[in-house]
Structures are given as C-alpha cells and as structure tokens.
Design a protein around this ligand. Structure first.
Ligand code: MN
Length: 337
C-alpha cells in the first residue's frame, strides 16, 4: 500500500501544481472565456436551427410557395402551470423527422398520406419567427396568396394570425379545435381570451368550436350570447362523426381559419400539452375532422400547445407531426380558388 501511495504521490503533486497555475488565470480572463463560449454556442445554435427544415418543405422562396410553415417558439401569453410550449415547434420538427419519413440507403422518403398527398405541393418552411414579427410575416404571406400554417407555442398566437389575415380579407370564419373555449372576457390578451380578443374580426355565423368540454361559467355565457356552434366530444359520440363533418362543411365556408389546440385530444392520445383535459377526441377523429375542415378551403391554420416536457415517448409530438402531414396534404387554399 505504501508503495502504491508513493507511486501516486508525484502525479497528485503535478495535478496540484497544475491546478494552482489554472487558478492564477485572472478573473477577467475567466469571464472573457465564458462569454466567448456563451456567444459561440448561441451562434452555433442559431445556425443549426435556421438550417433545419421540415422534410416536406420543397421550395425556398415565397414567390414559389403556396403553403408556408411558420414556427413560433413563444409561450409569453400562457398562464398554464405546465410550462414548456415554447419548445413545441422544435419538438414537432424533430418528431416529424423521426416518424413522418423513412430513411433507406442514405435517402429520406416522405410518408405519403392515403387521402391526398403533398408531393405536388409547394411548401416553404420559413423557420422560427418571434411573436412580435408574426403579424407582419402573416400579412406578407397572405398578400402573396400563401396559406400560413403556424406551429406554436401557446394558443394566443391564433389571435395574432386572425388579426393579420382579417386585415387583408375582412371578417373570417373559424373552426376551433380545443378542450377549452378560450372565451374568457374578464381577462384579455392571453391564451384564454383568444376568441374575445378576435371577436371583431370573426364572421359570427361561421364559427365552430369542436372538442369543447372544459369551460368557465363566463365562457358558457359568452358562447350562448355569441350563437357560435359548439360540438363537444359527447355530441360526436352521440351523433357520429359524419354529422360533425356536415356541421363543419355546411356552415364554414372557404374563408375560414382552422386552429388546433392539441388539448382537444384526449390526454391518452396527447399527454404532452400544457392543459390536459380528460374525455377528449381520439387521434383519428381529430385527423378526420381536420382533413375535412382544411379541404373545404382555408385562409390559414395552426397547431399549438404542444408541451414536450410532459410528453411520453414523443407520442404527442408524433401525432402533431402526423396532423401536419395530413393537413398539408388536404389543404385547399382559399387564395387560389
Ligand atoms: Mn386553447
């Protein structure tokens, strides 16, 4: 043992001397080093993010595009106790790369939906956009007759989208897939007041809530006053999916926006959301309804509230990616018809 200690001692001394040398580097030098690492890794992160694209994006400029994917990593208007929807867009893109493509012999092959496909679509991935820049970007897209497909982020980005689109088109219809009506009026400008904040821009005869099941009393009163159409999960169970499709397609014209809060789904299918609510839609019910909604014509759509921190094995992120595939495959642009 003594021999071993003697053998180890010199190395320990060398380390000790080295340690003292390191500690002699001045505090200022340490700060400069740490700042450089911070800036460098932040810069690298930006480059990697901006280099990333959804695999289904096949054009690189607005002049070529008919559909634009817009990512908004923002949850500044959420009051949820479960935070993390700002990580939703990134998680959805990763899930898309894992579950919506096959990789074989160095090739990436897109999965083709069985009803419609997106291979003849001109799809642009505009990358990440801040909440502040979203309004002007959507105005630009709409002016260029491009359908914005926005990926959030907390649900309040829908308010920005509706405001921007209606600035060009006037009042628009809305199909709102959500467990909650987001129709609070005692508080404004947050993810629970999307409908109240958008009221002046909506065509009241053309608004449908789907999957609604968790409202505050004031929201129930606001719905009754508004005359908006509501289809709860219980309505779907009792009346069947076809009746719901009829409700979407007969009342909602092509000048409509489709918003999908992933919490409209049952938490069994979508645990990774910020406000999970039991007794929701199944994944295939939602997919079916969304495909019918977007194929009857839209001015824009979004998929919001993915909260990866609470997801399990990417189950919600993969479903969100599938919803994106199925939607994009079936979108009929109100700008081109
Ligand atoms: Mn919502």
């Amino acid at each position: 043992m003594n021999l071993l200690a003697e053998q180890l001692a010199p190395d320990f001394c060398k380390f000790h001397v080295g340690y003292q040398r390191i500690s002699r580097i001045s505090l200022v030098q340490w700060l400069v080093l740490l700042l450089s690492i911070y800036i460098l890794t932040g810069f690298i992160g930006q480059v990697v993010l901006n280099g990333d694209r959804f695999p289904l994006a096949n054009v690189t400029s607005m002049s070529e595009a008919e559909i634009a994917l817009v990512l908004v990593a923002d949850e500044s208007k959420s009051l949820a106790t479960r935070k993390g929807t700002d990580q939703g867009p990134r998680a959805m893109r990763c899930a898309f790369e894992n579950s919506e493509v096959f990789k074989r012999e160095g090739k990436t092959i897109l999965i083709c939906p069985m009803r419609n496909n997106y291979l003849n679509r001109r799809i642009l991935d505009t990358g990440f956009t801040s909440r502040n820049d979203l309004h002007s970007l959507i105005c630009e897209l709409v002016t260029n007759k491009i359908v914005p497909v926005i990926i959030g982020g907390d649900h309040s980005i829908t308010t920005v989208a509706i405001d921007a689109i209606s600035a060009t088109l006037g009042k628009i219809g809305l199909v709102y897939f959500d467990a909650h009506p987001d129709f609070v009026s005692s508080k404004r400008d947050y993810y629970g007041s999307v409908i109240t904040d958008s009221l002046g821009r909506l065509d009241g005869s053309n608004v449908t809530f789907i999957g609604t099941r968790a409202a505050e009393l004031e929201e129930v009163e606001n719905i009754q006053r508004s005359g908006f159409q509501v289809v709860s999960p219980l309505d779907i169970v009792e009346n069947g999916i076809n009746r719901t499709i009829d409700k979407i397609c007969t009342r909602n014209t092509s000048r409509k926006y489709v918003s999908i809060d992933l919490d409209c789904l049952d938490p069994a299918y979508a645990p990774g959301v910020s406000v999970p609510t039991p007794c929701g839609l199944t994944s295939v019910e939602l997919t079916c309804l969304v495909k019918h909604a977007v194929s009857s014509g839209i001015v824009g759509m979004d998929i919001v509230e993915l909260c990866p921190k609470y997801d399990m094995n990417d189950i919600t992120a993969s479903l969100a990616a599938r919803l994106l595939s199925e939607s994009v495959a079936s979108i009929r642009s109100a700008y081109l018809s």
